[in-house]
Each structure stands twice: as structure tokens, then as C-alpha cells.
Design a protein around this ligand. Structure first.
Ligand code: NAD
Length: 264
């Protein structure tokens, strides 16, 4: 039985992860950490039934008291680094869904995780369909190098563009010749109208209530366009990927970046 602690347990993703862990027979929820609803049973908050695990604010103490095998972190981009320092200090494996972690800090995390002798899975998107969307987009970029990425999320998301959009752009960049897109003389009448620029590609971020997590990658060629789109209709879409990462991270050392590395 793997002992799991969820950090950010009272958040939208955290509650979904709590429900998923409680459903799996080989996983045991031993801790729930959040700044909200401390002292309340996380089972009641997330699933309507108590599970005997109260929400607490002290991650270090939970790790000391429970003999945790894996921490799952779905918090905020500014909080995750501090959590990670505590987790690695306690030499515990960790699955990070929190987005906004830069490529440079991933190298640094890898060094520290290897020093601690533990595994770290970081995935900007745990939905299998989104991983496929990125894979297909990376393949298309080789033949259709003119591409724009439109990512659409709920309006409470803190970081823009999304981690998935950045990962998609990184994968396309690795597969295509550099192209400076659009007219060389184009100007923006309203600043930001052309979106953010990443290695010559444009990324547009839409934030609206009603959305969960969606992305469309549009390629343009002579007389044709190709659109590759993925939609997470609800947060359950991420759970098979999270549960897979929890089971696999205990056998890994250092950082594994991207769910695709865990899919066989
Ligand atoms: P949310 O705001 O609903 O939840 C974040 C939770 O973290 C909140 O309950 C908050 O109280 C808690 N928190 C904040 N500071 C904390 C601290 N110091 N200690 C403990 N808990 C703390 O956000 P969300 O929609 O659940 O998203 C969380 C993260 O997951 C975001 O970075 C989002 O982009 C990312 N996300 C990733 C995926 C993926 O597949 N990787 C999918 C969806 C969302």
C-alpha cells in the first residue's frame, strides 16, 4: 500500500486527486495539506464522506509523522518551489501537477532529487488526450512550420500561457526549422493582440468562466490549415495520469518531465 499526501488538497485539482486516491485500493491517503479548511476532514470536503484525514498546514510535520511514499502537489506556481524543498529534504518522491515551473528550474530540481535519491514527476498536463495532442502537433510542425497555439482555461488560472502550451511549443521547436511568422512589418494596434512569442510561434491565452482546460494548435500551409484540438471537459480527465505517476514515481530517480515518458 503506497502512502500518499496531497498538497493543495482543498483546491479544485487537489479535491479531485483526493477522490481518486480514496478510490484506489493500493493507495492510502495519509495526509492533506492546504491553507484552507484546516482541521476539517478532507474526505468530507472532497467526497462528502469522512476518511479520517484532517487538512493541516504543516507539510514537514505530515511527512515526519506518516512515513509518506509519495506527495502529490497541485498548489500555485509561487508555492510549489518551497513545498519541493521540504519534500526533498525529507527524501520523499513527488508528483507535481502545479504549472509555471521553468525549464531552468527543472534542471536544478533534477540535481537535488538525485542527491536525495528520490523520483520527481512533473507534468504540465496529466490528460492522456492532451499528451497525444502535443505528440501529433510536434509531428505536424516538421511539415507545416507555421503554427499558432490557442490555449483556453477557466478564469481562475494564475499563469499564462499554460504549461501545456509552453510544452507544446517546446516540442514543435525541437522538430521544425526556425520560422519568423507573420508579416515582417506587422504592428499591434492593441498591445498583445498577436499573443506571446516563443521561438517565432505565437501563443494566445483565453480565460473564461465555464472553461476547464482546452488547446487548439493551428498549422497553416499553402492553401490549407490543420487544427489539432484537445478538450478536458472536467478534472477527472487528469486522474488516470496522476494515479499512474503516483505508482511509477517510486521506481524513478531525478526528474521525469511529461506524462508521455510514463506511457508505454
Ligand atoms: P486551486 O486554486 O483551486 O487550488 C490550489 C490549492 O492550493 C488551494 O486550495 C490553495 O489553498 C492551496 N495552497 C495555496 N498555497 C498553499 C500552501 N502554501 N500550502 C498548501 N496549500 C496551498 O487551483 P487548481 O485549479 O486546483 O490548480 C492547481 C495547479 O494545478 C495550478 O498550477 C494549475 O495550473 C495546475 N493544473 C495542472 C494540471 C495538470 O494536468 N498538470 C491540470 C489542471 C491544473
Amino acid at each position: 500500500m503506497l502512502k500518499v499526501v496531497v498538497v493543495g488538497a482543498d483546491g479544485r485539482m487537489g479535491r479531485e486527486v483526493v477522490r481518486a486516491i480514496l478510490r484506489e485500493e493500493d493507495l492510502s491517503l495519509v495526509g492533506a495539506v492546504d491553507v484552507h479548511n484546516q482541521g476539517h476532514d478532507i474526505g468530507t470536503l472532497a467526497a462528502g464522506n469522512p476518511c479520517g484525514v484532517p487538512v493541516t498546514g504543516n507539510l514537514g510535520r505530515v511527512l515526519e509523522e506518516t512515513g509518506t511514499d509519495v506527495v502529490v502537489d497541485f498548489t500555485t506556481p509561487d508555492r510549489v518551489r518551497e513545498n519541493l524543498a521540504i519534500i526533498l529534504r525529507h527524501r520523499v518522491n513527488v508528483v507535481i501537477g502545479t504549472t509555471g515551473i521553468s525549464e531552468e528550474s527543472i534542471n536544478d530540481i533534477d540535481v537535488k532529487a538525485r542527491e536525495a535519491g528520490v523520483g520527481v514527476v512533473i507534468a504540465p498536463n496529466f490528460a492522456v488526450g492532451a499528451v497525444l495532442m502535443m505528440k501529433f502537433a510536434a509531428a505536424a510542425g516538421r511539415y507545416l512550420p507555421n503554427v499558432e497555439i490557442i490555449e483556453l482555461h477557466h478564469d481562475q488560472k494564475l499563469d499564462a500561457p499554460s504549461g501545456t502550451a509552453i510544452k507544446t511549443a517546446e516540442l514543435i521547436r525541437a522538430n521544425r526549422e526556425f520560422v519568423r511568422q507573420g508579416h515582417p512589418g506587422e504592428t499591434e494596434t492593441i498591445q498583445g493582440a498577436r499573443g506571446g512569442e516563443y521561438s517565432g510561434m505565437r501563443i494566445h491565452s483565453i480565460r473564461l468562466p465555464g472553461l476547464v482546460a482546452h488547446q487548439e494548435v493551428i498549422f497553416g500551409g499553402l492553401g490549407q490549415t490543420l487544427s489539432i484540438r484537445h478538450d478536458s471537459i472536467n478534472r477527472e480527465s487528469f486522474m488516470p495520469g496522476v494515479v499512474l505517476a503516483v505508482r511509477k514515481v517510486i521506481d524513478l530517480k531525478g526528474v521525469t518531465y511529461g506524462l508521455e515518458k510514463l506511457l508505454t
